[in-house]
Write a protein that binds this ligand. Sequence first.
Ligand code: AMP
Ligand code: ZN
Length: 483
Amino acid sequence: MYLYNSATHKKEEFIPNHPDIVKMYTCGPTVYHFAHIGNLRSYIMEDVLEKYLRYVGYNVKRVMNITDVGHLTSDADEGEDKMLKGAKREHKSVMEIARFYTEAFFSDCQKLNIKRPDVVEPATNCIDEYIKIISKLLDTGYAYAAGGNIYFDSSKLEKYYIFNDHNEEDLAVGVREGVEEDTNKRNKNDFVLWFTKSKFEDQALKWDSPWGVGYPGWHIECSGISMKHLGEDLDIHCGGIDNAFPHHTNEIAQSESYLGHKWCNYWMHVLHLNTNSGKMSKSKGEFLTVSLLEEKGYDPLCYRLFCLQSHYRKSLVFSWENLDNAAGTFQKLIAKIAALKPSDEPIDEAAEAALRERFNKALGNDLNTSLAVTALYDVLKYKTNDATKLAMLSEFDQVLSLDLLKKAEEARKKAAAATTTGGAYSIVSESGEQDAAVEQLLQARYDAKKAKNFAEADRIRAELSAQGVELTDFPGGVKWKRV
Ligand code: AMP
Ligand code: ZN
């Protein structure tokens, strides 16, 4: 497989360090709020990478941290701890907030068919690891104490900037909320490894350390957690592009200074999901969640398909219109699969090999998911039997995770039920949502029209309209969507 490596700024052949395992690390969520669909774009694309590596036969061990301490409102160690901010907002304890939003995160992941990593580790679980690394960095002169905090000394490095081929805007450090520069820092790029003299005396979580009671900086957690579970080397490290600087840059600085050798070989960064007003972000306060998509009647997997339709190294603009297009594509795709006839015909091996080659050519080339989606249509169009087509779709869906066969089966059953209840009349939800109450009303409207009771049909249309459901009749059926 070829993968673009942000550290070398090149597409490179992926060769793991060890033949028997691929070690993969993902920066997890800061659990002070719900994940927004931008965060989840990153996790969807990383999920495809993990599943594709498994699909081509690698044994993958994937580790993810949960940031429940130390991530300040500015990514450059300034401002308030985000967790504390969340706790104040909701009048709860930091641990309650962490527990609630961690569960919410994995529930969203489940709805999007994002696999849970093999190891999920909260940052607050690994204080001893951070103390061990920081102690050695102090002993070897890579770190210093100032104003009560411990800082990494970036001037000790030959090369600090790694990911500098990105836009200034993408590298911009998170939101600054009227905070002053830290005057303890010797150099602009120095960063906090351990806070003791926090500017925020009300920091809820504190631990004993050789440098006094305090808490770890955000960056050290990913180095500590990765080394705890994956050892001294790493094959692939993933995250959204905003993590490249300073977070990943600092992870490399401290990990390689601590280890005395190269740490991670491949860096994969997912570009942002943007709205018309710029990057979707939790701190701006206006963001879209999976629950909101569901409330508006979208199947969360429409959003997964929407993400798969574009390359992870291009920023993606979210709009309801774009999501509607993905929902329409998804529904048509499922309808086509539902029209295939399951049978025990023998598998056509030549077709299988040709189709697999297209799929591998797409994903093996820096995870081209949009071409991998096209490969699904190649299966549908290919001159071969339905059993082979269904087998290939099922195989490709191990990576794309769109529940293709399950949804096609549901659609088939629904069509059969419609036929047995006497209707060739089709009721189509534009977003793919299933809502029995809406469908019942639409069926009643159809029955009323058939009985020439147009007043009743109009009344039902008005009732649905009051619920925000818009109808479009077409020959043989009706399409509905929420507006
Ligand atoms: P956070 O919970 O803020 O620590 O972010 C979790 C993950 O989402 C990180 O990998 C971020 O880089 C990524 N991320 C944040 N905002 C976006 C966005 N608008 N689009 C894509 N990924 C994002
Ligand atoms: Zn991280």
